[in-house]
Design a protein around this ligand. Sequence first.
Ligand SMILES: Nc1nc2c(c(=O)[nH]1)N[C@H]1C(S)=C(S)[C@@H](COP(=O)(O)O)O[C@H]1N2
Ligand SMILES: [Mo]
Length: 532
Amino acid sequence: MVYVTPDTAAVATPSPARALWRPVAAGLAAALAGLGLAESTAAWLAPGASPVLTVGALVIDIVPAPVKDLVISLFGTADKIVLIATIVLVLLVAAAGAGILESRRPPFGRLLVVLIGAIALFAALFRSSASTLDAVPAVVAMGVAAITLTFLTTRLPATGPAAAPAPAPAAHAPGPDRRRFLVYTGIAAGIGLLALAGGQLSAAATRAADAARALFTLPAAFVRAAAIPVGASLDVAGMTPLITPNADFYRIDTALSVPRIDPTTWRLRVTGMVENEVEIDFAELLALPLEESVTTLACVSNYVGGDLIGNATWLGYPIRELLARAKPTSGADMVLSTSQDGFTAGTPIEALTDGRNAILAVGMNGEPLPLEHGYPVRMVVPGLYGYVSATKWLVELRLTRFDREQGYWTPRGWSELGPVKLSSRIDVPREGTSVPAGSIVIAGVAWSQQVGISAVAVQVDDGPWRDATLADAISVDTWRQWAYTWDDASRGAHTVRVRATDAAGLVQTSATADVAPNGATGLHEISVSVSG
Ligand SMILES: Nc1nc2c(c(=O)[nH]1)N[C@H]1C(S)=C(S)[C@@H](COP(=O)(O)O)O[C@H]1N2
Ligand SMILES: [Mo]
């Protein structure tokens, strides 16, 4: 027998408000979970790609000027906070809508979530400095929110006429369905809030570390680098800058998040096969006579024509001086450098002591090292690929032997030794572009560290190799610009190739080798179409 009391009747035909709150809660909890995990992913993994901030930047870019001016005149310096609050508010309203939609017309709620995620994805990748990693937070947001929304809305307790036959007690105490739904919703929202808080803490710590870094001034160089010759830079439009700005410098990290080292507690230890273990702190390092050098840094994973290479003015202390203090014992042939994040590189002692500018770098292009490039101290060794020499966030130099220990990448399929190979690259015109007929300037860079470049030649289709003009060299450790004017270009599709010769007479090989195990070879070649 079913008793129909006034209470159960009220449940059986819920008021519109009561019918709505659970789907709305499901939508909000899904949004919180998605946003929280996405924001914390951004904080740890892709600091530039916070979904809220990238969407904010996109809004700033597309909002018409009068609206922008109005917002600024209304809110002044609080305009950014107003923008973020508006984005969050719009997101919450949309999330509530997605909850209602998904409970009534699945899968439209999920589709709305995917649409919002797609906007965040576009915003993250729209910026000029975007990397593929920047897509991750938006994808996390989209995935987590869609899955959570589906999970919660399929567990909505039955309401409406279907619930009418429920026995009377169900009307008073929440039934197991209701309780379960509440618990799940609470968990989803809770995870989102915790993740959000964790991400904010991490982001705040990174900001604090970066602010501290920006405050300290580098000591002046004791030995300045020779002035860069005016003729080292060819005046060709679209050419890669001779010195790579820090913000554009490529990055290779095995660590998922950028280490944050407090320079006041940082120490470098020289250990292993040495007569004297040496330990030095940051203040001591900065007080030593620092030297400035311009050195090109290349990654072994740089394919022919690739952009995993950059050139900077570094400030640092010669590693050979520190090794001399430690006095390596005979038999030691490798310095295993260790990063705070556990990365290691095995460098021949020879390369650190033969007089080249192998340094413990503290400055990059006139600034303290950026956090991403190894703050407070990294190694820079001309002539060797980064994976065997350029340890960032450096904390230890251990003298050892190649037959005893290996750097991080060696057991992973990369050679023990990694001298940088002679190579050249065409930067102008860009691959696959169309250029107007007439005089066409072809230009790029070439490098052969520790040796220097003596010639660069260019070949169009299968024609003769013709000499390019070389810009002045900065040093043997620096890439050198070159340019060639192609005067007799005929209309249509052409292939342009470049080939460098080093100062020892070695001609860049056309034989192609993959990047693994010790660096790519082959000639860089581009296709261009010459239009009439
Ligand atoms: N701690 C640490 N140092 C590192 C790496 C790394 O993954 N972790 N990558 C190395 C590699 S493979 C290269 S090519 C250079 C890149 O330096 P950059 O990121 O400053 O361009 O750093 C080297 N030093
Ligand atoms: Mo690398």
